[in-house]
Design a protein around this ligand. Structure first.
Ligand SMILES: NC(=O)c1ccc[n+]([C@@H]2O[C@H](COP(=O)([O-])OP(=O)(O)OC[C@H]3O[C@@H](n4cnc5c(N)ncnc54)[C@H](O)[C@@H]3O)[C@@H](O)[C@H]2O)c1
Length: 352
């Protein structure tokens, strides 16, 4: 990632009001990019978009639905971006069981609409579509998944992201490649960081319980996930978008951006680490109830990103968890959270 590359670049970012979108908007703003966002209103209360005053330095912020092709096309045409980063999605597995139709409409047709808008927007050169590690056909095996393995997804969320991968591949081959627009997909693991208040995600659940002095109830302590700090995949998306812009089709394919092998840890490891670092009577318990299927073991092989993009994870899981505790305690102390986010971004950038 070359910081100078981003100065004055026009970036169209979907999902800028979400957890990852807010962090990415702040990072891009700090690099001098002109960031134009399109998303629904922030998905939680509280939310990082408001807490870190992300709107303040956006070039434009459109509150709209990616299922509405006309408005999306108009917003992209008005921006004439160099780069499109598509992150807007219904991102929760359990919500996808509750409302599969909304999940597929947003994640699959929403992706079609973003790519269709990019296809008709002459300025666009580089497009990154954010999917997930869950897009793979999960065989519950011990090896990391490689980029050329089959798409799958047991639950509607995971499967909708597998579909978004296939949609992107078809758009690349049918339209975008021929127009000289380079499009890639980015598959990252479970992201953690300060400012995530999503329902039924591990770290937000832990922090909510700590705040109210209740033991955190854990559904699946043995589930192993490729955990990573939010700035890790965001640095990868920036690097990938830059490579697509500069080198074109060579990089127009799927990419894994996971943590170091040793940071694919069980839920129990995370919760015990956070209980110890929070102090003040923090505790956890296992939930005895039955729950819908969630994949047990999932690891990404990141050899390709290391070899071809020169990208690799910088922060250990322990470092990431320490930064989250610092972030959340500063939030509770009513500190300036925009300044803290920017300080954590600078700290990460120094590690690159
Ligand atoms: N958080 C993770 O652990 C993780 C892991 C892998 C991939 N991802 C992917 O990263 C992206 C961002 O995730 P997040 O954790 O920031 O989620 P989030 O819920 O915090 O943000 C989602 C964003 O999408 C927007 N959005 C949702 N439906 C929309 C619609 N119909 N039209 C327009 N905007 C809509 C929301 O307003 C919000 O801005 C998603 O594509 C998600 O699938 C997240």
């Amino acid at each position: 990632m070359t910081p100078d590359f981003w100065r004055d670049k026009r970036v169209f970012l979907t999902g800028h009001t979400g957890f990852k979108g807010s962090w990415l908007s702040l990072w891009l703003q700090s690099l001098g990019a002109q960031v134009h966002g399109l998303a629904l209103a922030p998905p939680t209360t509280p939310n990082l978009f408001t807490v870190a005053q992300v709107a303040q330095d956006m070039a434009s912020s459109t509150i709209s639905d990616i299922r509405d092709l006309t408005t999306l096309q108009q917003a992209m045409q008005a921006c004439q971006p160099d780069i499109v980063i598509h992150m807007a999605a219904q991102p929760l597995v359990r919500q996808s069981y509750a409302d599969p139709v909304e999940t597929y409409a947003t994640n699959v047709m929403g992706t079609v609409h973003v790519l269709e808008s990019a296809r008709h927007c002459p300025s666009v050169k580089s497009i990154v579509v954010v999917t997930t590690d869950k897009c793979y056909d999960n065989k519950e095996w011990a090896w990391g998944y490689r980029e050329d393995e089959p798409m799958g997804g047991h639950d509607p969320y995971s499967n909708s992201k597998g579909c978004a991968e296939l949609v992107t591949s078809a758009y690349r081959r049918s339209f975008l490649q021929g127009q000289g627009k380079a499009v890639a997909t980015a598959r990252a693991g479970n992201v953690i960081g300060g400012g995530d208040w999503a329902a039924e995600r591990l770290v937000p659940d832990i922090l909510r319980a700590f705040e109210s002095n209740q033991p955190v109830i854990i559904r699946n302590p043995h589930a192993t996930r490729p955990w990573q700090h939010v700035l890790e995949p965001l640095s990868a998306y920036l690097s990938l978008a830059e490579h697509l812009y500069t080198h074109g089709q060579t990089f127009a394919e799927g990419w894994n951006f996971g943590p170091k092998d040793e940071d694919a840890k069980p839920v129990q490891w995370i919760v015990e680490h956070m209980v110890n670092s929070w102090g003040k009577g923090a505790a956890w318990q296992q939930d005895g109830g039955t729950h819908p299927h969630e994949a047990n073991y999932l690891k990404l092989d990141i050899s390709k990103a290391k070899a071809s993009l020169g990208w690799q994870p910088r922060w250990s899981l322990a470092t990431a968890l320490g930064l989250i505790t610092t972030w959340h305690q500063a939030y509770l102390a009513k500190d300036d959270m925009k300044a803290l986010c920017l300080a954590q971004i600078r700290k990460y950038a120094c590690a690159i």
